[in-house]
Design a protein around this ligand. Sequence first.
Ligand SMILES: NC(=O)c1ccc[n+]([C@@H]2O[C@H](COP(=O)([O-])OP(=O)(O)OC[C@H]3O[C@@H](n4cnc5c(N)ncnc54)[C@H](OP(=O)(O)O)[C@@H]3O)[C@@H](O)[C@H]2O)c1
Length: 227
Amino acid sequence: MYEYSGRALVFGASGGIGQAFSRFLEDKLGSENVVNVSRSFDGFEISDEEKILKFSESIEGSFSLIINATGVLQTTEEGPEKTINVVKQKSMIDMMTINAIGPALLLKNFSKKLDKTKFSVFVNLSARVGSITDNRLGGWISYRSSKAALNQIIKTSSIEINRRNKNAICVGLHPGTVKTRFTEKFQNTTETISPDESVKMMMKVVENLSVDDNGYCFAYDGKVIPA
Ligand SMILES: NC(=O)c1ccc[n+]([C@@H]2O[C@H](COP(=O)([O-])OP(=O)(O)OC[C@H]3O[C@@H](n4cnc5c(N)ncnc54)[C@H](OP(=O)(O)O)[C@@H]3O)[C@@H](O)[C@H]2O)c1
């Protein structure tokens, strides 16, 4: 069970969902106990390994909750691919760099900052479309693959994280379809929820997590998303 105590660290605190996490956690823990990091305000670039290392060296102390709310749906103006015929090497590499390799580097550098004295959680925002089992529509190849890779990174590192720190786990969370700039192009055709609603539900999931949930990806309603 995650209890609201200690400190929280939010990456991507400038994004729609990241901002909502910051608001929510500042309210629960006090703003002095929430460290917000973003590209817009702090120059935190997730594709820059050296910068990640420098940030990890500059941020002191431990955290009972670390949230990575960074991520992109597209890396070119054309948007997520509708078919394999339009896949491009460069945009696929960029997607993997931001959505999968960056989070792996965050896990490498920041999971050691998870609190050892109380139950602590490292959350990466994933997506239902990263599920291979649940893929019925096809399309969005780069995005889907980057989130599938992220889910594997979460699972693999979760084993080590919990071995090193018996109080710590790492999970993926799917936020639902949320009204942010991320979904701007689809808001006319798809039903969305607000970032605050999404975060409220995701935090309910976090509150109910236990060590047995280590490595899984959960939707905002608490259901496990199959790999
Ligand atoms: N919205 C949805 O419906 C939805 C659905 C499923 C999953 N998700 C996942 O939820 C997460 C957050 O989505 P959102 O809706 O909040 O999107 P958003 O409003 O577009 O925010 C994205 C965040 O990622 C940061 N970011 C993007 N590229 C970066 C980079 N190269 N280096 C560092 N930071 C970078 C942005 O920083 P700047 O502000 O500085 O650009 C921003 O803080 C993503 O992982 C997404 O895949 C969202």
